[in-house]
Design a binder for this molecule. Sequence first.
Ligand code: NAP
Ligand code: ZN
Ligand code: ZN
Length: 352
Amino acid sequence: MKTKNIKAYGTEAANWPLHSMKINRRELNHHDVEIEILYCGICHSDLHAIRNEWGGTTYPIVPGHEIVGKVTKVGNHVAKFKIGDYAAVGCIVDSCRECEYCKEGEEQFCESGWTVVFNSPDKQSGGQTYGGFSESIVVEENYVLHIPEKMDLASAAPILCAGITVYSPLKHWNAGPGKKVGILGIGGLGHMAIKIAKALGAQVVVFTTSLSKVEDAKRLGADEVVLSTDAEQMKKQSKLDMILDTVSAKHNVNDYLNLLKVDGSLVIVGLPADQLPVGAFNLINGRKSFSGSNIGGIAETQEVLDFCAEHNITADIELIDVHQINEAFERLAKGDVKYRFVIDMASLRKSQ
Ligand code: NAP
Ligand code: ZN
Ligand code: ZN
């Protein structure tokens, strides 16, 4: 298979800094689109993966799954994109297309295993997939999204993971008018969840461990903010229909099950490496559900992009250059970002 050698940023080991490296992208098949990457967000999943916190990382790894760019080439049979279009790629770049879930547009549950944009076996080219910390990417058109006109490209990038990951469960569990929804953790996912839940019409209660984010949560749209380290504030909290848990580290989910109404759901999207023990009594008292959700399918990712455009929602970002990536990961590990780092990929093209 013909390939193109391009610049990327990645690492060969869990304890090594990311650095400039070269990777290969396949030449275009008939339905492929080549995208020059303009911006790529940094998600906590990139951090878990480069440090091998979940196990299963294959090195070298090039992370990045919140990709926005411009179409530079299209295969002979591409119908949905033309050269010059703005386009985006999230987590999913391939799936079987035949199973029940692929047919329903829920490729994230593909029975044959979908291909993640990075650190995943590449069924087309062999080897591993390499993500968006790179100059360009080649993806089949069915897994490429359209960026609505006039969206700010850099601050739209986090919609491709953070946005869809919170939109999908908020929709699935009917967050909307008359519903009181809790958002746990104000990071990349959490701050998008506040904006999206509010736009869906829900009453939004935010739980944070960070005093410095309390006022900000109101600016982001929260109706109420609870400092979760303050036992008195937790005790006073009225009951919620649903809580969306975006926390990236070990925490006590039982405290939050106790804040649910009868038939309420605690939905996990955060992926701490440690297990989260659940007390059975906390579930049976109130017929509560402890559930989870994994990003969202391709059609729903387009839907959240369009929804965000319609409601003027983008992420609050800190734009960085590639040489700041390692510092950004250090800060992300400490929760020191308001609220998403996005890399300006022009800086990779300019770098030596
Ligand atoms: P992030 O920006 O680092 O935000 C995580 C937030 O969790 C922090 O800002 C902090 O909020 C809170 N937190 C961190 N450590 C905590 C602790 N020990 N106790 C309580 N709260 C704590 O991360 P992100 O990019 O939003 O990602 C969040 C999680 O979702 C990660 O585990 C990521 O891998 C996962 N994820 C899952 C999916 C999926 O499909 N399910 C998709 C994307 C990401 P406060 O300061 O407000 O307390
Ligand atoms: Zn992510
Ligand atoms: Zn499938």
